[in-house]
Design a protein around this ligand. Sequence first.
Ligand SMILES: *Cc1c(COP(=O)(O)O)cnc(C)c1O
Length: 241
Amino acid sequence: MTTIASRLQAVKARISEAARAAGRPPGEITLVAVSKTFPPRAIAEACAAGQTDFGENYAQEGIEKIAALFELLRQRNASPERPLFWHYIGPIQSNKTRAIAEHFDWVHGIDRTKIAERLSASRSDDKPPLQVCIQVNVSGEASKSGVAPDTVLGLAQTIMGLPRLRLRGLMAIPEPTPDPALQRSRFRMLREIRDELLRRGVALDTLSMGMSDDLEAAIAEGATMVRVGRAIFGERGASAG
Ligand SMILES: *Cc1c(COP(=O)(O)O)cnc(C)c1O
C-alpha cells in the first residue's frame, strides 16, 4: 500500500470512530481530500485507493491539475471507477468566477451576492447546477473570512433565487486552536445557524467543517463534509504554500 493510501485509510478510520462516538452513521460524512499544492500523481494515488472527492484552493492550480490528472490516468489506462467531484474551497476572486464555474462541481466559500450571481451566470446549462455552501465567520474578530451569522439568511435567499446554483449548506474555517472545547463551540455555532435556517424553511443538507487537526470535533457537532489535506497528503512545503 502506498503512503497516501494508508494515510487515507487512517483518516477514514478516524471519521468512522468519531461518527460512532457521536452515534452517527459514518456514511453520512463525505471526505474531501484537499490536494492543494500536491501534484497530479499524488491525486492519482488517492484515486487508485478509491477517493472520489478532491478540494483545491486556487483556481488556476486546480484547473491545470484536473486536466493533468486525467491525462495521467489516461496514459496509465487507469480511469477512476466512479466519477470524481472537484470542490473549490479557497477564497473566490471575482475575475476567477467563470473558470471556477466551468471546472468545479462544488464551491464551499461563497461570501457575497456578487460572487454568487457571477458563478450562476457562468455555469453552463449542460452541467448540473453548481453545488454551493455559504462560508460563515464563526470566529468573530479572529477571522475576516465568511459572512456574519446574522446575514446568512439574506444571502441564502439570494442564492436560492439563482438558477444555476444549488444551495447545499454552510461552511466554516474556525481559527486554529488546540482546545477541543473551543473547537466544538465554533462548530456548534455553525450547526445552530444551520438549524435556524432549516426552521425558516431553507433546505440545507451540508455542513462543511473540520480539517486534519479538528475533524473529530466537527463530526461530533454534525459535520457532513470534512476537508482533509495534511493527514492524507503530508505536510505542505513552505514554498508551495
Ligand atoms: C488547506 C485547507 C484545508 C485542509 O487543511 P489541512 O489542515 O491540511 O487538513 C481545509 N479547508 C480549507 C478551506 C483549506 O484551505
